[in-house]
Design a protein around this ligand. Sequence first.
Ligand code: ZN
Length: 286
Amino acid sequence: MDTTEPSGFETLRIEAPAPGVARIVLDRPEARNAQNLAMLYELNTAFDRAVADPGVRAIVLAASGPHFSSGHDLRERLGETPRPRTVGTWSGFDAPGAEGRFAHEQEVYLQMTRRWRELSKPTIAAVHGQCIAGGLMLAWACDLIVAAEDARFRDPVVAMGVLGVEWFAHPWELGPRKAKELLFLAESWTADEAHRLGMVNRVVPRERLDETVLEMAVRIAAMPTLAVRLAKEAVNRSVDIMGQSNAIDAAFGLHHVCHAHNMLRFGLPVDPAGLPEALRPKPPQA
Ligand code: ZN
């Protein structure tokens, strides 16, 4: 991949740390790598470029700054949301009521995440610091996850009046009992706990994260490409046949029952009581 060309990206960068390896780095550290629409679309473009480049045989997803990702950028989501461009098959993003919100989240959360999970090249997430809610979606979309010892995983969305993030892979990633615990208690889990549950492949000291992931990517890049691609395909199809794809679609519908409920009760897609103080709507001035 030619990294001498200006990438045109504002929220991430693409590096070529070794032959055959593309490294996409989320780069909004001042926002704890919160995923605004610009980042989601740029990430989609970056993945597409890496897939289209015949020289790339393995893709790393990493993040700059102290945290992997604090989730979806709620400031943008609760305010003026620029109209999404179409990556998936949905339309009607500007429609009023639940119609527009459902279309919007189909595009930028459900269909994009599914697309990234299905990329025809192997992907490794390198996670450090906080990996919250929508951050989990990015990591889960990757084939392998390597965590630094300081990584913390959390889906606090139940506290915001919604059943969990849009890509509802929790039961598959954690097992049903622990998935319920993560959701009900909205706790932060350590890298070791995530590793014990099988959600994370390896845990390494923070200073060894990048080299460990690169070493794995280089080894994978040296494998026969067809065999790697089809191994990925076979595992993904196995999980789909076990019902994951349908289960995620079913949960997505319930997710939107939660948004509709919160709109009726609070005039917001989430329960404001669960929002961080800075994002709660201000009461009207007397
Ligand atoms: Zn949502």
